[in-house]
Write a protein that binds this ligand. Structure first.
Ligand code: ADP
Length: 572
């Protein structure tokens, strides 16, 4: 396996370990926090119930104390009467009784729950009576079983008339009253239960284990060394807190949240006992919520990413199309460049040819001039052979003329190409121009024996043009016709076609091959024929003609039947 792959695998494994460790740590944290919150929730519930019980008992005690202090008629009947409104206005008393100073129950309300004549001393149950009398303050005793069943708690309130002890008001409150009001419904069924114990660990109320009421939990319900016994001992000391124990009966681990209930000098304890699995359910609920949240987030991210991918792929496709289009454009422009390059090469070749041709053309007359000059020098002063002298002078003259024409042609073509050829436009007679051109070429034509016919309709033809330049065009065309025609004739015709003037210069010469018809107007282009080489020329004449005619807004074209003659047709 390659080094790169191993590194990738190692990094991936490390990442998985880190993610798992983070997940484990987070889970522990979440479990810890949820358990803590759950316990606090149970503790809050126990506190609420305890606070309810405390304020209930406090209210009852206060009422009895007020009654004891404000009693006017302390006769047994008078006391019983004063109990009635208190009993009815403040529900929750089981019975209110009056015990006279000798410790005998003398009256009470309700009468049926009052054991009139019951002697505390005789029954040996006088100690709270004695405490209340001697301490001159309320004495509360631990709940005890009532004759009527259930547990009852007793509040003994001494009654004094000034310093004279009149007896004790005994308020009996059933524990079931407390549990019915504050404990039974505090936790929904199946979610756990509340229980209440006194300071000795006796059960005062138990939401599920009813048989335990009045019994001590430790020893009967749980072993002395059990974790539940530890919790109960904490409760018996009036402490507040939470703890766990394993309930043998339900077979479940329970969370217990306990808090004290203080009534006078009595300290009881209310506890909420809830299966620990409920906290697990809460955790599962939290996780379910989180998983749902994460799933929604992932779904949103996936949908968003999908959308972005679609947008990007759309852009990508457009980009690809654009690239293909640009590539095609580039290919086309490359082809254009290649053909331009070929053309440039061609032009370069033409330029080289031109330079060599121009050099040759310029050199030839110079050579003739030089030779003629040398001959003239050798004859100079000898006084003989004046014919030779004349001939030499004519050669020099012709050579200078030839060179002059070449330079003039070069200047013209340069002016045409740079757009600098100026036309002296005026109303001119085209026939006059043709006649003058023919006249100027007459000598040459006579020498070659070629006849020049002019076939012009009417006496004159007025047009706007540059007289000299147009003469230059016809002279050139007639000159070419004379050059390339050895027998036959040259004909110049003029006529009007569709409102345009058409002038045709035709000959019966060698003609021009069809593929050369357009190219003869290119500068320096000459048809590659033996005659062309023989008669010479610069290849500039027709290019200049074309420039001049187009400068007049006209056109010029060549027609030919190869071997039979040519015609140059001007449209103006
Ligand atoms: P040149 O100075 O060579 O005559 P032109 O531009 O006037 O230059 O003519 C270009 C070429 O066209 C000539 O070299 C010749 O090959 C051809 N050409 C022109 N006129 C005629 C014609 N009347 N008959 C045959 N070929 C012609």
């Amino acid at each position: 396996m390659s080094h790169k792959r191993l590194t990738t695998l190692a990094v991936a494994a490390l990442l998985i370990v880190v993610v798992m460790w983070l997940g484990y740590a987070t889970n522990r944290e979440v479990v810890g926090v949820v358990h803590q919150q759950f316990n606090e929730q149970q503790l809050l519930l126990a506190r609420q119930s305890a606070a309810g019980i405390e304020s209930f008992l406090e209210e009852k005690t206060n009422l009895i104390e007020v009654l004891a202090e404000n009693s006017q008629d302390m006769s047994p009947d008078g006391m019983a009467r004063s109990f009635i409104p208190v009993y009815h206005k403040s529900s929750g008393f089981f019975a209110i009784q009056f015990i006279n100073s000798t410790g005998v129950v003398v009256s009470g309300y309700p009468a049926e729950d009052t054991p009139v004549g019951f002697d505390l001393y005789a029954a040996n149950r006088s100690w709270p009576f004695d405490v209340a009398r001697d301490c001159k303050e309320i004495c509360i005793t631990d709940p005890v079983p009532l004759f009527e069943g259930g547990l009852g708690s007793y509040a003994w309130v001494p009654v004094y008339d000034d310093d004279e002890f009149k007896g004790v008001i005994l308020a009996v409150i059933k524990i079931s009253t407390l549990s019915d009001r504050f404990l039974i419904d505090a936790i929904p069924k199946g979610q756990g239960y509340l229980y209440m114990i006194d300071h000795s660990g006796r059960s005062l109320y138990d939401g599920v284990h009813e048989g335990t009421i009045g019994e001590r939990y430790i020893g009967s319900f749980c072993a002395n060394d059990s974790s539940y016994a530890d919790i109960l001992r904490e409760q018996m000391q009036g402490k507040e807190g939470t703890g766990y124990y394993f309930d043998e009966i339900t077979g479940e681990r329970q969370i217990v949240a306990y808090t004290p209930v203080v009534w006078g000098d009595r300290v009881w304890s209310v506890a909420a006992s809830v299966p620990a699995s409920k906290a697990g359910e809460l955790i599962r609920r939290v996780y379910r919520g989180q998983i749902l949240f994460v799933a929604i987030v992932i779904a949103i991210i996936l949908a968003g990413s999908g959308g972005i991918i679609l947008i990007f792929s759309g852009w990508n496709r457009e980009l690809e199309k654009e690239v293909v289009k640009k590539t095609d454009d580039l290919k086309r422009s490359n082809m254009g460049l290649a053909s331009a390059n070929t053309r440039l090469g061609e032009l370069d070749r033409l330029k080289s040819e031109f330079v060599s041709m121009v050099s040759h053309e310029l050199k030839t007359p110079l050579t003739s001039i030089k030779i003629s000059m040398d001959v003239l020098k050798s004859l100079s002063g000898s006084g003989k052979d004046t014919d030779t002298e004349k001939e030499m002078l004519q050669i020099i003259d012709r050579s200078i003329g030839r060179q002059k024409r070449l330079v003039s042609d070069l200047l013209d073509i340069s002016r045409i190409e740079t757009g600098n050829m100026k036309f002296n436009l005026e109303t001119v007679d085209l026939y006059e121009i043709i006649r003058e051109s023919t006249e100027s070429m007459k000598n040459i034509a006579d020498k070659t024996g070629i006849l020049i016919h002019t076939d012009l309709k009417g006496e004159s033809m007025q047009i706007t043009g540059d007289y000299d330049r147009l003469v230059q065009v016809f002279v050139n065309l007639i000159g070419n016709a004379l050059k390339f025609t050895d027998k036959g004739e040259i004909r110049i015709q003029a006529r009007t076609v569709d409102g345009h003037l058409e002038i045709r210069v035709s000959d019966t010469g060698i003609g021009i091959p069809p593929e050369e018809l357009d190219r003869v107007f290119d500068k320096f282009h000459q048809v590659d024929s033996g005659l062309t080489r023989e008669v010479g020329g610069s290849g500039l004449g027709l290019a200049i003609c074309k420039g001049i005619i187009e400068g007049h807004g006209g056109t010029i074209r060549a027609e030919s039947e190869f071997g039979k003659g040519s015609a140059f047709v001007i449209m103006l």
